[in-house]
Design a protein around this ligand. Structure first.
Ligand code: 2AM
Length: 172
């Protein structure tokens, strides 16, 4: 049996409400599908379908990570035309975020888990199936104090995909 898994930054309820407000706001100006509030997150590393041995190894890698807490400031909205997604991101990627991702990727490679070989571009998907590039719009910066990271399972159901946090680890 396999599970479809990814490591992610998972907003707390208060931040989730702010992000959902941002998604609604952006969504009022663009055609597309707004991501459900419960699904808002930032992926750190996408793992795909893992068997239980690989999942256990991934959890050991996560538990061994030593990384400081950091603040991520979401201050821009971007658009990628190939996946047709509109996302929130940051002009300035904190060093600790990059080192968290690097540490996970290095450990996961030693588990034999195949990873995508693309540079990490942290983004929080706000809308999918966006028809065309929206006019540039500044956003009021949203500060995210990142204290933990999570392992999340992606579950496909009749109502689309939903996400379930299966484990989490504290930074710092
Ligand atoms: P996205 O929001 O840009 O689509 C769960 O699917 C999470 O993993 C999403 O945040 C998704 O990013 C991310 N992800 C990264 N690579 C993926 C892939 N190859 N397939 C599906 N999701 C991927």
């Amino acid at each position: 049996m396999t599970q479809r898994l990814f490591f992610a930054l998972w907003p707390d309820d208060a931040l989730r409400r702010r992000l959902a407000g941002l998604a609604e706001d952006v969504g009022s100006r663009v055609t597309g599908r707004i991501v459900a509030a419960d699904n808002l997150h930032i992926t750190l590393v996408f793992l795909g379908a893992l068997n239980s041995a690989h999942r256990q190894c991934a959890e050991e890698v996560a538990a061994a990570i030593r990384c400081e807490q950091f603040t991520l400031t979401l201050d821009r909205v971007g658009y990628w035309s190939t996946p047709r997604i509109l996302w929130a991101g940051s002009m300035q990627i904190p060093e600790a975020l990059q080192s968290l991702v690097d540490g996970l990727q290095t450990g996961l490679a030693s588990c034999g888990i195949p990873l995508e070989n693309r540079p990490y571009q942290p983004h929080l998907t706000l809308m999918r199936k966006v028809g065309r590039r929206p006019a540039a719009a500044a956003i009021d910066p949203i500060s995210w104090s990142v204290e933990r990271f999570c392992l999340v399972e992606s579950v496909s159901g009749s109502n689309g995909v939903s996400y379930r946090v299966v484990a989490s680890w504290r930074l710092g």
